[in-house]
Design a protein around this ligand. Structure first.
Ligand code: C2E
Ligand code: MG
Ligand code: MG
Ligand code: MG
Length: 296
């Protein structure tokens, strides 16, 4: 009958559409894979630095290095697009080596100019299955002569889905070297809280999904967004870790974060990822007025 015929035709149509999308996706991935290595060698990969501010002083306390790919024809490609491809193909290994070296050199260059600016680098969870992450960090510190105190490593909770034991060993090794460890995108990784018990870390970065909820109507009272961030801040402090709020976009969020005792803030409201020179300039300026305001 007609209804059944329509449903079948529609189903076939969807299947064809799905296959086309799938093939386009595969083509795109193969293209990225093929071009990434060339991009590395041609210097198309570079770092942008996003400031992290202390809520107490309003000053820049450090920064996060974020990878950028300036493609000659396609323009700027986001790490959200090419990092997953690099992770699947193994290219992430040389890419991480490059990122660590650039970040370490930059931190030392800033120090030589009289600017103490710790840099946080994002490491893929895959590096912690067999402690390659630790080796990459060691090599970068050795080859650049960087002070480990200037380096922080950000890893998502995905690291515990693989092996809590290997991750825990890696984190211990990094901290023994004097490198700080941060849990990135905290609260979004489908992982249980139990790993926190076995894990040494210095910083929790509250995912921006929770920060976005902070200036919804309920947040001035006792809304759920605020309660969750409140709980994360207490948990982190109880475990001796510092808290960074990611993705701060609105002044209202700053006020709530200050009330909840959050230590550091990062987000477009205060500073986007920028070139190293711009960050140095920002760090030498007076405390950010938006932070000074919410302190009053
Ligand atoms: P992430 O480590 O959680 O980095 C934060 C992301 O949020 C960055 O996106 C940053 O530009 C963005 N962001 C910062 N403030 C705001 C805000 O106020 N609002 C909004 N909407 N976004 C904000 P980006 O640079 O596109 O990086 C995306 C992800 O790619 C990173 O998430 C990280 O997981 C990964 N990534 C970036 N660089 C590297 C790298 O060198 N190595 C590896 N393995 N992954 C990297
Ligand atoms: Mg990060
Ligand atoms: Mg994050
Ligand atoms: Mg992320």
């Amino acid at each position: 009958d007609i209804a059944l015929y329509r449903a079948k035709a529609e189903g076939r149509g969807r299947a064809v559409l799905f296959r086309m999308e799938h093939e386009a996706g595969l083509r795109e991935r193969r293209r990225i894979e093929a071009e990434l290595l060339v991009a590395m060698e041609a210097g198309q990969l570079y770092l942008a630095y996003q400031p992290k501010f202390s809520l107490a002083s309003g000053r820049v306390k450090g920064c996060e290095a974020l990878l950028r790919w300036q493609h000659p024809e396609r323009g700027l490609i986001s790490p959200g697009v090419f990092v997953p491809v690099a992770e699947e193909t193994g290219l992430i290994h040389p890419i991480t080596r490059l990122v660590l070296e650039l970040a370490c050199r930059q931190a030392m260059a800033w120090r030589a100019e009289g600017l103490e600016m710790p840099v946080a680098v994002n490491l893929s969870a895959g590096h912690f299955g067999a402690e390659q992450g630790v080796r990459l960090v060691e090599e970068a510190l050795a080859s650049t002569g960087c002070d480990p105190a200037l380096l922080e490593v950000e890893v998502t909770e995905g690291v515990f889905l693989r092996s809590t034991e290997a991750a825990s060993r890696s984190f211990r090794a990094l901290r023994a070297m004097g490198v700080r460890v941060a849990l990135d995108d905290f609260g979004t990784g489908y992982s249980s809280l139990s790993y926190l018990q076995h894990l040494p870390f210095d910083v929790i970065k509250v995912d921006r999904a929770f920060i976005a909820g902070l200036d919804e109507p309920g947040s001035t009272g006792i809304g759920p967004g605020r309660r969750i961030v409140d709980a994360i801040v207490r948990l982190a402090h109880g475990l001796g870790a510092e808290v960074v709020a990611e993705g701060v976009e609105k002044p209202g969020q700053l006020a709530v974060l200050r009330e909840l005792g959050c230590d550091h803030v990062q987000g477009f409201l205060l500073g986007r990822p920028m070139p190293a020179e711009a960050l140095a300039e920002l760090a030498q300026r007076a405390p950010d007025a938006k932070l000074a305001c919410s302190a009053a």
